[in-house]
Design a protein around this ligand. Structure first.
Ligand SMILES: [Zn+2]
Length: 971
């Protein structure tokens, strides 16, 4: 007899405790739903799972394993800006998530029990894109929503129509829909929200008002949340999501139109018990915090009950150990805790290719209710409750993973009623069918209802490591119930059952022997070059053995090797790990090219001519080469030329192999005695040289000395010569015995290897003209006073100088002065010139026995007499004697006053060469004469050329650059 069994959905409704209502929505809805036997069956199945789980060994085995719930929050707003009205802010959403984690991870001091449940906003969406887990959806298009919110009991938009706006797979995500209001309650009193037991069924999750979802005690953030922002509603609802009942479960056992509180019987979980032995039976007593429990004989409430989040009391702040056990038992092994929705998206994900579909039916007789592999579970139910066939293969948040190097077992649970049959296939090569190597995994019938069928995975010869493949389950009622017999992966005659497809990720191989491979830094090298070999073997080898093909080996992973001789070599790598080893042989992989043989070299000596040696290298074998000599500048031919005697290095490179070698070539000094000597470079010949100008000859390698000679062009007789140690140049100033302004032949020879070479070719030069004296330029073109010295250049061997003042227009000499051995003078020492007049000065020197020519004129202007006259008159009028210097120590002139015709002068302590000068009050020189003062005391009579006119005069004696002056009065 077939028994039709329908699955059903359990819906819980929570009425906020602080807002007193006569009846809890949970009971109202659940009483209605329990009229549907399929709801009853699913609830019974869950209770069976929880009951089987509860033995201590199972609970203990799960300790320390935190279950993560990927959460997606759909904000069904009405067009408000983010952060206002229904469109609550990210921060408010995050505060609710954080508060859930505080309570369920035992971080709130009042509820220190760690449920090892963690909530996380999704990081990958069902399409494998990155997400922050918050969807903002404009929901005003759903009829009734703008005016009344969602319908629960009286008025508003259809709940599922709202959820269809945004709904992620319930198996992989905990969907939370944020709504504006419920039953037109304005977001205030009434039902605050609700949640479903998690089963992975369509539309599961939680609906909560925007005014509830958040944690903001005391309204610190100004969100204006209900219940003073304590977040208790959110904690309560997720207790339901985790299969917790109210602590007062069954207090209205006498169901009917009205609610009549009774003490629960505490016998049947979900009927008159919450299934937790550490809570007391009680009546709901909404929004109070009672002291005594009249279901417990009137004794005081235990704190586990009175303060339990799953009650309706106003003083809730904790959950209990038995509640944790129920939660752990209910959620362990579910698809949502296996979901990867809380992980960042894996860009490598690619869904398996599509395959044929079975036929789809919708009955309550058959189905796959759970598939488990490596701890990952995907639960479902009958073909009718699953909506027909399931294809979950494209879900990047829900798939199995296997290590294909070890045995893996799939546990498929068939429907808990009727005998069943089951087929399982895996599309290993991802080609869109299940017909290939090892793709059929299982095919059987006569399976007892509710059996868990273990299927040991069979692997193909080529395992698709690091890839996603499809696994298909087909079930139907057994053929004893009139169904056909499943015989193919595309079975199209399913009577009551279904097919379910999932993806399996085959992890990269871990237990395989290596696949050896390697690369070389270069496969063609020159002899003596090092080659680095790099291991690129897969499967993580742990040891390596290299055979370089030349008798050498290495056990390094990435060795370097230098081949000792040219040739072609085969290289072998043996890579080994715990699972085995593999050889990679690369035949004739390495070519080692010889470097050029430079043993053949030659050279030619440098001759006495200099810089004419050569060096040659002849590489072998014959080929194409480039050359680089270290000459200056570098030469690039096989033969380097123009070399002096030295050792030269050449690098020769084969242009094909780029292999190279270097060698030295010696160029000897071949300059011998009697060979041609050095010669002057042309630019030093046939020209006039100044005495300090250098003349340079060719350098002879190894020359230790050079002899330069000036030769009389008429007689061929050397007139002057000089030896220069190691220096191939000289100046005329270094020689003596040559004449000015004369043309000589100049020649040079070098001392090499203990011998003088011959003189080289002759070169003609002319000596400079005789140097004429010249007033230094700094004295010229200036105004000159009578006491300013002017100095001329000295002339070699000049014994005296004659200075002349010349009329610049007529060139007629005005005055002249001869100075023995002195190349300077001042106007005081001359007569016959005028103040404020421009003259040319010229000077000539007396050399040997004759006067040489005058040098160039120098223009000067004498200073105006009036410049000094006022000062001098004043001085003469007020002093009797002006003594400027001590030498001579005394001067006596008389008679004074004088008649202007002659003057007696007595001097003492004179030096040689004293000079007497008489000037008038204008500074003009009236008389001058030299005094031949050999004696220490000296008397003389000065006779004036013309009788002096009456007035003041100064008589000055100058000696050794110092002077003494007396005032003379002429009457
Ligand atoms: Zn509730």
């Amino acid at each position: 007899m077939k028994k039709i069994i329908l699955s059903f959905l359990v819906l819980f409704i929570f009425l906020i405790p602080s807002l007193s209502k006569a009846q809890c929505g949970f009971d109202v809805v659940r009483e209605k739903q329990l009229l549907d036997p399929t709801f009853v069956l699913q609830e019974q199945a869950n209770e069976l799972k929880i009951k089987n789980f509860i033995p201590p060994s199972n609970v203990t085995g799960k300790a320390g394993s935190v279950l993560t719930i990927p959460v997606v929050v759909h904000v069904l707003h009405k067009g408000e800006a983010v952060g206002s009205g229904t469109n609550i802010s990210d921060a408010q959403i995050q505060s609710a998530i954080d508060r859930l984690n505080e309570v369920y991870r035992g971080l709130d001091p009042n509820s220190p029990l760690d449920f090892e449940i963690e909530f996380a906003l999704a990081q990958r969406d069902p399409d494998c894109n990155a997400t922050n887990g918050i969807n903002r959806v404009l929901a005003t298009g759903v009829a009734g929503y703008s005016a009344n919110g969602v319908f629960m009991q009286s008025v508003g938009a259809d709940e599922n129509e709202l959820k269809d706006l945004s709904k992620w797979p319930e198996t992989d995500y905990c969907n939370i829909w944020i709504v504006s209001e419920i039953d037109n309650n304005g977001g205030g009193a009434g039902i605050q929200g609700y949640a479903n037991f998690f089963n992975g069924n369509a539309y599961e999750g939680s609906v909560m008002m925007a005014s509830v979802f958040g944690y903001d005690p005391g309204n610190t953030n100004g969100w204006g949340l209900n219940s003073n922002g304590d977040g208790g509603t959110v904690v309560h609802e997720f207790g339901h999501y985790f299969h917790l009942y109210h602590t007062f479960q069954g207090d209205d056992a006498d169901s009917g139109p009205g609610y009549t509180a009774q003490c629960p019987g505490d016998a049947v979980v979900g009927t008159d018990s919450d299934g937790c032995s550490d809570t007391e039976i009680h009546k709901r007593l909404t929004s109070t915090c009672p002291t005594d429990n009249d279901c417990n004989g009137g004794s005081a409430y235990g704190i586990n009950t009175r303060n339990n989040y799953m009650s309706y009391f106003s003083c809730t702040d904790r959950l209990t150990a038995d509640q944790k056990t129920r939660v752990t038992a209910a959620m362990t092994g579910t698809s949502i805790v296996a979901s990867k929705g809380a992980l960042a998206p894996d860009p490598a994900y690619s869904a398996p290719v599509a395959v044929c579909a079975t036929n789809s039916v919708s009955t309550g007789f058959s189905g796959i209710t759970n598939v488990e592999l490596n701890g990952t579970n995907f639960s479902s139910f009958s073909s009718s409750s699953d909506g027909g066939n399931i294809d979950n293969s494209a879900s990047c948040s829900g798939y199995f993973e296997i290590n294909a190097d070890i045995a893996n077992t799939i546990n498929a649970t068939v429907f808990p009623s009727n005998f069943q049959q089951l087929g399982v296939w895996i599309d290993w090569n991802d080609d869109g069918d299940f017909n290939d190597d090892a793709e059929q995994q299982h095919l059987s019938e006569d399976i007892a209802a509710g059996s868990i069928v273990p299927i040991n995975i069979t692997y193909p010869s080529t395992i698709p490591y690091d890839d996603y493949v499809r696994i298909r389950f087909i079930t139907d009622t057994d053929n004893r119930h009139g169904s056909g017999t499943i015989n193919s992966s595309c079975y199209a005659s399913i009577n009551h059952g279904q097919s379910e497809d999932y993806a399996i990720y085959v992890q990269p191989a871990s237990g395989s022997a290596p696949v050896a491979d390697f690369s070389a830094s270069s496969t063609s090298v020159c002899l003596s070059n090092s080659i680095t070999f790099t291991d690129s073997s897969t499967e993580s080898p742990t040891s390596w053995l290299w055979n370089f093909g030349d008798g050498n080996s290495s056990t390094l992973q990435n060795p370097s090797h230098v081949y000792a001789s040219a040739g072609t070599y085969t290289v072998t790598l043996t890579a080994t790990n715990a699972s085995g080893s593999d050889d990679e042989v690369k035949t004739n992989h390495i070519t080692v090219n010889a470097n050029p043989d430079l043993s053949s070299t030659s050279s030619s000596d440098e001759t006495c001519t200099g810089n004419d040696g050569t060096a040659t290298v002849t590489p072998s074998p014959v080929g194409s080469y480039t050359y680089s000599w270290n000459t200056a500048p570098a030469q690039t031919n096989a033969t380097a030329t123009g070399l002096s005697a030295a050792t030269y290095n050449v690098t020769v490179t084969n242009t094909v192999t780029t292999c190279f070698a270097s060698t030295d070539v010696v160029v000897n000094n071949g300059c011998l005695a009697g060979e041609p000597g050095p010669y002057f470079y042309n630019k030093y010949c046939n020209k006039t040289f100044q005495s300090n100008e250098y003349s340079v000859c060719t350098a002879i390698s190894g020359a230790t000395n050079y002899e330069f000679q000036l030769v009389d062009q008429n007689t061929g007789t050397p007139v002057a010569s000089i030896n220069r140690l190691g220096k191939n140049y000289f100046t005329l100033a270094m020689m003596s015995d040559w004449d000015y302004n004369t043309t000589y032949n100049v020649r040079v020879r070098a001392f090499v290897n203990s011998n003088w070479t011959d003189f080289g070719s002759t070169c003609s030069i002319t000596t400079p003209s005789f140097p004429l004296p010249q007033i230094f330029g700094k004295y010229c073109s200036k105004i000159v006073t009578s006491s300013d010295y002017m100095v001329c250049t000295t002339v070699p061997n000049g014994t005296k100088y004659e200075f002349q003042l010349v009329d610049p227009v007529t060139s007629i000499p005005i005055s002249s002065l001869e100075r023995i051995g002195k190349n300077f003078f001042k106007l005081d020492q001359m007569s016959g010139w005028d103040y404020n007049t421009t003259y040319n000065i010229r000077v000539r020197a007396f050399v040997g026995s004759s006067w040489m020519q005058y040098g160039l004129d120098c223009s000067i202007t004498t200073s105006p007499a009036t410049i000094v006259s006022g000062d001098v008159v004043a001085r003469l009028a007020n002093i009797n004697e002006v003594e400027e210097e001590i030498v001579p120590t005394s001067i006596t002139i008389y008679p004074n006053p004088n008649q202007g015709e002659y003057l007696y002068v007595e001097l003492s302590d004179l030096g040689k060469d004293a000079e007497l000068i008489v000037v008038d009050v204008y500074g003009k020189q009236i008389h001058k004469e030299f005094l031949n003062t050999e004696e220490s005391n000296y008397n003389t009579t000065v006779r004036f050329d013309q009788k002096l006119t009456s007035g003041f005069y100064l008589v000055t004696i100058i000696s050794n650059g110092k002077s003494i002056t007396k005032k003379l009065i002429v009457r």
